[in-house]
Design a protein around this ligand. Sequence first.
Ligand code: AMP
Ligand code: GLY
Length: 426
Amino acid sequence: MNVLIIGSGAREHALCWAAAKSSRVTAVFVAPGNGGTELMGGNVHNVALKATAIDDLLEFARQNAVELTIVGSEQPLELGIVDLFRNAGAKIVGPTRAAARLESSKVFSKEFMVRHGIPTAACQVFRDATAANTFIKQPQTSYPQVIKASGLCAGKGVFIALNQEDALRAVADIFENRIFGHAGDEVVIEEFLQGLEASVFVLTDGVKYRLFLPAQDHKRIGDGDTGKNTGGMGAYAPASLVTPVVMRKVEELIIQPTLKGMAQEGYAYTGFLYVGLMIDNGEPSVVEYNARLGDPETQVVLPLLKSDFIAALQASIDGALDEVPFEMHQKSAATVVIASDGYPDDYETGKSLTIPTDVASMDESYLFHAGTLISAGQLVTAGGRVLSVTALGDTLRESIDRAYRVVEKISFEGAYYRTDIGAKGL
Ligand code: AMP
Ligand code: GLY
């Protein structure tokens, strides 16, 4: 079977790796892919099509006998790639445009959670600056408050306002300075939740579901969770704060009502569901949903999946998720992101990257590329997050130490990484 993977990050490199090792797969196409997927060689091929060129992607899938398409990133989902492929009779893993609103519209997702009694921060929705400012200035509004643009903002649409002044500035930036364009047409202002964050990933056919191991991301740029928010600087799994008791609550109070509610409202949710959680004294609530797998969390949860990934995806399309194995390795995994100096703000690209040949053969470690490309035969940096170095271990400590041993062998001008990935889990 031929498989098409859409996206260009380390998440998509990990998806390619998992697909390429499935006994069911003949060829893996990745659009557009990156330097790392190009270097995979063998049955993995980069395709020069953007993730948002959904009509061209369908045409490519038809011409190349693609039998399964996997969407990595959120933009094609919001554009309706799943609806387009399904209407053409092509098999694809992901939610429809209407179902992907769990991520693409925070107003939709918050109102959905309220309708179905799913635990989440209390919130209010605003459609203009005047109403938002009136709320912000009310004496009974206490701080911090969390201010979110409703639409897709590539992870940048959330402001934690510590005081009234921060809040007024965030609202002005979104509504008046239009820093997120139409993604800022609506704003959610919500209660600040205390607790520890973790994410749970679900594969679902709309009714039945299977769970990956819970993971913890490291969103801030600096050690000790300091500095700006990023797309994610590293992750580990399993996240021990999601105990079996917490996981049961997450299933009963969040996952099951979410799938049931979406189906009842006429847009059954299919594909991967990312549930971003805040856990406070063992009680989980939803910080956000995403309509896809996380990056960098995929780089730890996929290597921990023992069963055939592609078989599980096919089963999810055939409504047979309960008929396939979905087993995990009894191990831990850690991934460390190596970024370009300056990220998440401005950074330089085009730096040549050398990866020692012994890295590829190191025990239970995987090098997933993000912002890299091959230019005139040389591997160079091409993005903010450049590489994601994953290692497995019998313990979390072992996986972290292994990952950092690989990280230390890799260099390029301006390489930056956090030195405390996974420390919170020890
Ligand atoms: P999001 O893009 O919604 O995941 O938000 C980015 C980050 O902001 C989250 O990972 C949290 O660390 C933080 N955050 C978002 N909403 C809240 C909230 N209601 N309370 C506390 N922190 C939040
Ligand atoms: N790691 C956060 C995300 O994928 O949204």
